[in-house]
Write a protein that binds this ligand. Structure first.
Ligand SMILES: *Cc1c(COP(=O)(O)O)cnc(C)c1O
Length: 449
């Protein structure tokens, strides 16, 4: 299809995600023809370095030979079949593999088909657990301001990004929201490298006041991603684990964005040496090929649902594509690639490359902070460094950086005033240098008055 015809039909019939469609009048969507490693290539052959792993899903690049092969091989056997009453090798192998690698003693895997669905399942599991363990008052969830756990109503209810949530408030579940960590504008005037997560006090106070009503506390470990890659220290998670133990509250870890190596370790909770009661994973799980998500949980939670059928204790939750065989086969291959190609061991050199670039960025007039956690780095743009005054959102500085970067051949999709890098883990040092250079130029131009 010709570019013009493709865009005409897109305009006529397609509604894109998280987009003001009117923006497409000036900047139409870019029609991609194929991918190659970290590159997306449009129908005219223009190349874009995928600096955000296509919304945080891609781990090892596009059009990956091993993942392609795994997909085709599985398609030649069976692509999908009902997962109630039936099972298959890729799902079993994946479940065993994830339980072996996950922190703590998470030993059971429930399958769903996207991140939000995993959150819904985890919330329902926690709620039902307490119903079936003689604590029916534990029916609410505690979450953090600026949190992001997905867009379905349950997930949105525990979210804290007002931009995504405000309009739906009348139809959301009621819960408790604590003040989340904000290290860039730390209210205690401390630094994330050597503080003791003093800001944990907000969550602690709420949990202590309402623990009899609280089923679970849900957080994004180490990075509140959609909030603008807000990075906070592992000690926060240590305190959280202790608090949950003390008050008999489940800890739900949403590692949908930060799992699978993004923080430099397989799972973010490893940095704190703690394990959640429910662990939600998705995004990178299939290397960015197909939708799949899982909730890992403990034997103890599983056992609260395990009984004779007439007790009606089962977890009667399902999605049509639960345990999709193609997706599971990809996820198994992803785990093999991690091990056989030593992916995690290659990351420190690239993290150092980010750190080496930090000073260059922070020297710019409108960069308030350059922060990094593992292979995720973020730049906080400010109108004025003094007082850390942000740009008014109406100026859409981030969107300007996005446009500038596209012209120069990189995909950087900012979150408000934050430009971030979350490239495929396999990005080469040459490609990473290029990405940083493009970001620097784009940022300089978008912030020069
Ligand atoms: C993306 C994301 C989700 C939602 O996943 P979807 O697959 O988009 O529904 C939930 N939590 C976090 C932390 C995420 O980054």
């Amino acid at each position: 299809m010709e570019r013009a015809e493709l865009l005409r039909l897109d305009r006529a019939h397609v509604w894109h995600p998280c987009t003001q469609e009117k923006d497409h009048e000036l900047l139409p969507p870019i029609p991609i023809a194929r991918g190659e490693g970290v590159w997306l290539i449009d129908v005219d052959g223009k190349r874009y370095l995928d600096g955000v792993s296509s919304w945080w899903v891609n781990l090892f690049g596009h059009n990956h030979p091993r993942l392609n092969r795994a997909l085709i091989e599985q398609a030649g056997k069976v692509s999908h079949h009902i997962f109630a009453g039936f099972t298959h090798e890729p799902a079993v192998e994946l479940a065993a593999n994830l339980c072996a690698k996950a922190p703590g003693n998470l030993s059971k895997v429930f399958f769903a088909d996207n991140g939000s669905s995993a959150i819904e399942a985890a919330l329902k599991m926690s709620f039902q657990y307490w119903q079936q363990c003689g604590q029916p008052h534990k029916s609410r969830f505690l979450s953090l301001s600026e949190a992001y756990h997905g867009e379905t109503l349950g997930a949105l209810s525990v979210g804290g990004c007002e931009l995504y949530r405000d309009v739906y408030r009348p139809i959301l579940l009621e819960g408790f929201q604590a003040q989340g960590p904000d290290c860039f504008r730390c209210p205690y005037g401390l630094r994330r490298d050597d503080c003791a997560a003093e800001c944990f006090a907000s969550l602690e106070a709420l949990a202590e006041a309402h623990h009899q009503e609280i089923a679970a506390i849900i957080v994004e470990p180490l990075i509140q991603a959609a909030a603008g890659m807000r990075i906070y220290p592992p000690i926060y998670l240590k305190k959280l684990r202790q608090l949950c133990d003390r008050l008999h509250i489940h800890y739900i870890a949403d590692e949908i964005a930060v799992g699978f190596g993004r923080t430099g370790k397989m799972f973010a909770n490893e940095h704190a040496g703690v394990a959640p009661d429910l662990l939600c994973l998705s995004k990178g799980i299939t290397g960015g090929y197909l939708p799949l998500s899982v909730v890992l949980t403990t034997e103890e939670i599983y056992q609260a649902f395990y009984d004779d059928f007439p007790t009606l204790k089962a977890f009667l939750h399902s999605h049509s594509y639960t345990g999709n065989a193609l997706a599971c086969a990809l996820a198994v291959e992803v785990q093999k690639i991690f091990t056989e190609e030593g992916i995690l061991a290659q990351l420190p050199a690239k993290m150092a490359q980010f750190d080496a670039a930090a000073a260059r960025f922070t020297a710019l007039d409108h960069v308030g902070e350059f922060r990094r956690c593992g292979m995720v780095a973020a730049i906080e743009m400010v109108k004025r460094k003094e007082g850390r005054i942000g740009y008014p959102w109406q100026e859409r500085r981030g969107y300007q950086v996005y446009q500038q970067a596209l012209l120069r051949g990189a995909l950087l999709r900012p979150l408000g005033n934050v430009i971030y890098f979350m490239p495929p883990l396999t990005i080469s040092t040459v490609e990473l240098d290029l990405l940083l250079d493009i970001a620097y130029d784009a940022l300089r131009d978008a912030t020069s008055p």
